[in-house]
Structures are given as C-alpha cells and as structure tokens.
Design a binder for this molecule. Structure first.
Ligand code: MN
Length: 316
C-alpha cells in the first residue's frame, strides 16, 4: 500500500529529535484515495515523526463497503529490510507472495511477512467478496543483524484477547499484562487494539516510546481528545496512559524501544546505503522473476515497477 499519491509529500530532513520524556504531539494523517474511493490515512512516516520504536510506516485503510470486484488491488511489488504487519480489522484480503503463500486474512487476524533480503507480494480483495473492509498496515524495520535474513510469511488467526474496564484489548505484538502475542518480531515493541466504550489506565514501559491512532469513533488519550486519522505521539518515560473511548470506538496503540539505527526508506525498501537501494531498484525493474524478489503467481495483472532514484539517498 505504499505506492500511493498522497495529498502531502513528506521529504523533510528536519524531523524533530525524539523526546526522552512524556509528550502529547498530535500528528495528522496524509490522505489518499485508492481505486473506487477507499480512503487510506498515513500517519507514519510524516514530517513530524518518522518512527515509533521499529514501526516505520502506518496506514489505515477504510472502513469502506466493497462489492464484488471493487476493493483493494495492490499489484506485485517487492520489499527488503522490513516486516509488513497487516492487522485486518474487518473484511477479507487475499495475500500472495513469491514464497508461494496464498492466504486469505479475515477480521481479527494478522498476516506478518518478513522481507529480510527480499520478497514480493500482492494484496487484493478476494474475487466476488462483499462487505466492510478495514485494515491497518504497519511496517517494522528489521535491525541490521536481521536485515538480510531469509524471507518468511506467517498467518496468525488467533491473538490474545482480554477485557479491561469495558474495553476489549487484542495483543497484536509484544506482551501486555502477562499475555504474549505470538507474532514474531525482532526488536522490543508492542501493538494493542482496543475497542468499546470505557475508561482505563494502561500500564506502559518507560523505556518505550508510544503512539495512539484513533481508528474509528471518538476518545481521549492522556487527556487529549483524538479523532479518526489522528496519531497522538506520547514520547517516552511513561508508566501508564489514561484512555477513554466513546461510542464503540477503536484505538491502535503502538510502542517500542527507540530504533537507533539510521535507515533509508525508499518506496517499498528499507536499507542502509544508497548503493544497496539502487541495486534493489535495478534488480526488481530489470530482472523480474529472476531477481532475489522472485515471482508472485496468480495475480491477474502486471507487477509494479519501482520509481527511479533521482537523488543520492542518505540514511537518517
Ligand atoms: Mn507490500
């Protein structure tokens, strides 16, 4: 979902430093419309903030009603150096990848694809599927010692679910109140999905930075009202955060140990040098199925070509 045209393009070099204390910093989404009117809100990376822990990308798609052949159609494209973490809130998406996995993901499930040294995949609404569609897609940067790992794909139909002060809490990644998510990640992080109507105080790790994205409905986080499409960055050094959700709202809370390595994010690639990213662009565009990214079988349509590099990329 990365090769979209957004209303505001962030190429800033003046991203503020990470505060090592609690803050409340509101970050508005950049918005794009995909295909037949699906709204995609991107809250990471933005001008204000590039990462939260190892999370380096966060898109929220829908909710939208899809009918028959409408819906999501993301043609085969490559990835390196990251994991794509797809949290299906409602609806269905068919994932296909160059390892040969073909997996429908449904509401309440996670698909986790580890790109490592290189993989390609497609994502689409299954043929003839109708109904509501809503998902969050996050990218998790791999640390240097895992960046070249062999690619992998995992599907998680069951995630820990608990109830707290009227809210349903799903533990998507990391550990919360003794509940460990099964999702395999390579840096300390957490992702929780909270839904319902209620008021609670969530314990947090002081050594993590955190952010909260309102998916649907209304609520307050750390005393700040936030609306769908707003990410509230919370900084570090918090033992807890107060939450209040109204009207069956849904909130995504993410956090992690600050990711200290400098990275290059270009198109669907996460790398560390201009040269390696340039080589991946060449390999994907020129070698196709013979490249390290392999071939996605079964997708009806051409793969997506990478944009060319137009300037020297610097890690930051
Ligand atoms: Mn992708």
């Amino acid at each position: 979902m990365s090769s979209l045209k957004f209303s505001e393009v962030s190429r800033s070099t003046d991203c503020p430093a990470r505060p090592e204390r609690p803050v409340t910093e509101k970050i508005g989404a950049r918005v794009a419309i995909l295909g037949e009117g699906m709204t995609i809100r991107r809250v990471l990376p933005t001008r204000q903030r590039r990462m939260i822990g190892a999370f380096c990308f966060l898109d929220h798609a829908g909710p939208i009603e899809v009918n028959g052949n409408q819906g999501l159609r993301v043609a085969p494209h490559p990835h390196t150096g990251l994991q794509t973490f797809s949290w299906m809130i409602e609806g269905e998406i068919l994932h296909r990848d160059s390892l040969g996995y073909e997996q429908i993901i449904r509401g309440g499930e996670v698909n986790l694809m580890t790109a490592g040294r290189g993989i390609s995949h497609s994502e689409e609404t299954p043929m003839g599927h109708s109904g509501r569609l809503q998902l969050a897609q996050l990218w998790i940067a791999l640390p240097k010692n895992r960046a070249e790992m062999e690619p992998a794909f995992e599907h998680y139909p069951e995630l820990p679910r608990l109830h707290r002060d009227g809210l349903r809490v799903m533990v998507l990644a990391g550990e919360f109140e003794g509940h460990q998510a099964p999702t395999r990640v390579y840096t300390p992080l957490i992702a929780l999905d909270l839904r319902g109507e209620g008021e609670t105080t969530l314990p947090l790790r002081r050594d993590f930075e955190h952010g909260a994205l309102m998916l649907t409905g209304r609520g307050e986080v750390a005393g700040e009202p936030i609306e769908p499409g707003e990410l509230l960055y919370l900084g570090m050094g918090r033992d807890s955060v107060d939450l209040r959700l109204h009207d069956d709202a849904e909130l995504l809370l993410i956090g992690g140990e600050p990711f200290e390595e400098e990275l290059i994010l270009f198109w669907n690639f996460v790398g560390r040098t201009h040269e390696e990213v340039e080589a991946w662009v060449r390999e994907w565009n020129d070698q196709g199925a013979k490249s390290r990214f392999g071939e996605v079988l079964g997708y009806d349509g051409p793969r997506t070509r990478s944009p060319e590099l137009t300037a020297r990329l610097r890690p930051r």
